[in-house]
Design a protein around this ligand. Structure first.
Ligand SMILES: NC(=O)c1ccc[n+]([C@@H]2O[C@H](COP(=O)([O-])OP(=O)(O)OC[C@H]3O[C@@H](n4cnc5c(N)ncnc54)[C@H](O)[C@@H]3O)[C@@H](O)[C@H]2O)c1
Ligand SMILES: [Zn+2]
Length: 352
């Protein structure tokens, strides 16, 4: 699959096995940035072959997704000859992606970057679209640029070692893409959900491909997120709020899955979504949301305060993306407090 971008078109390769690693190892002037947990899991099979002076290890924690880490990657790159011809090759999930994408963008005003997403979330969603984000103090994703990798290698074999929590978080985005695609998407994922949960390789690969294909249309039409791309924010207004409120105990994709229940409930009460669709979506979402609800303060004012912090909020009226008649996506700017209150109450009932 090729993704068109104004900086450079880039290729997404889906690989059966790890043989692609050979060609990455041969890259000249490369620094390999690897997720610490991943390094431990695949040291023998893969990463043990990277010379120590070409290896930079990152622990995938939100606290490490900072400008300091990105600068430290840049500093290590100064030891690599080649300068503007130097290359970052990174392996990991969204955290490693965000740090290395940012560093690759600012160093010498842009160097080569290859990315190997190893979480389901990064592979099915974040690896394309070119966004890079860093946290600053308590501000999540405050700093960011657009800088896609030159090439992306996805090997679904990596997903076997993901924890249930991280696999389910990735499924949150996968279910989202299918629900956003309307009746056909909903039906497709209903019939295949058990295979997905069992991580059946052929099923996971099918959903990997359809998720990326769905996102591709939006990011190619609106690379810099000024127009139609906002639709990809379906469920995220609420999702981002839940991530913050849980202090990132609830991972991104799971928070988005919860946000979908909220968005659908708002649509249901506005009379723009059939009850049958809403219930079918919830049946799927319940299978992938395992969250300690007691650990979060569900005070309505806290929820609204957290929603207001979302980057897509432009003024006093609350904005979100909903599914309306015929499961069509629509941006609305008139989300009301009472609607959030009802949807929240119902989401908590559905999940308890
Ligand atoms: N840039 C974007 O477009 C974009 C989009 C969505 C999310 N994000 C960001 O991505 C981050 C979340 O990304 P994520 O969910 O991929 O998580 P992550 O990078 O936090 O990784 C989750 C966990 O999985 C582990 N891991 C990675 N690969 C593994 C493997 N193959 N086997 C076992 N464990 C593995 C990591 O060590 C970590 O513990 C957030 O910071 C979010 O803001 C960025
Ligand atoms: Zn997301």
């Amino acid at each position: 699959m090729i993704i068109k971008s104004s900086t450079k078109d880039y290729q997404v390769h889906i690989e059966e096995d790890f043989s692609f690693f050979e060609s990455l190892l041969q890259a000249d002037n490369a620094l390999f940035v690897v997720d610490k947990k991943l390094l431990g899991l695949y040291e023998k099979e893969l990463f043990g072959r990277i010379p120590e002076d070409k290896l930079y290890v990152i622990e995938a924690l939100e606290e490490n997704k900072t400008i300091e880490t990105a600068l430290s990657v840049c500093e290590r790159m100064t030891e690599i000859p080649g300068k503007r011809n130097a290359r970052l090759v990174s392996f990991g999930g969204g955290i490693v992606q965000d740090i290395t994408g940012f560093a690759a963008n600012i160093l010498y005003r842009g160097i080569h970057w290859s990315f190997v997403p190893t979480t389901l979330l990064a592979a099915c969603d974040s690896c394309i679209g070119g966004k890079t984000s860093l946290n600053y103090k308590s501000f999540k994703n405050l700093l960011g640029t657009f800088y896609p990798p030159e090439e992306i290698y996805i090997c679904p074999r990596f997903f076997f070692t993901l924890s249930q929590r991280d696999f389910e978080s990735g499924l949150g985005e996968v279910v989202k893409f299918n629900i956003m695609s309307g009746e056909t998407g909903l039906e497709r994922i209903e019939t295949q959900m058990e295979g997905l949960l069992a991580r059946k390789p052929e099923v996971v690969e099918e959903f990997l491909r359809t998720s990326l294909a769905f996102k591709k249309d939006f990011i190619e039409e609106d690379e810099f997120d000024r127009g139609v791309r906002i639709h990809l924010n379906f469920a995220h207004t609420f999702g981002h709020a839940f991530e913050t409120m849980s202090r990132y105990e609830v991972p991104h994709g799971t928070a988005v899955a919860m946000g979908m229940i909220m968005a659908d409930r708002v649509s249901l009460h506005r009379g723009v979504m059939e009850e049958d669709i809403c219930c079918r979506a919830e049946r799927l979402l319940k299978k992938i949301i395992h969250v300690d609800l007691e650990g979060i303060d569900w005070n309505l004012d806290e929820v609204i305060k957290a929603i207001r912090k979302d980057k897509k909020q432009i003024d006093d009226a609350l904005t979100c993306v909903l599914l309306e008649e015929g499961m069509k996506l629509k941006v609305v700017h008139d989300l009301k407090r009472e609607e959030i209150e009802t949807a929240l109450k119902e989401m908590l009932e559905v999940l308890s």
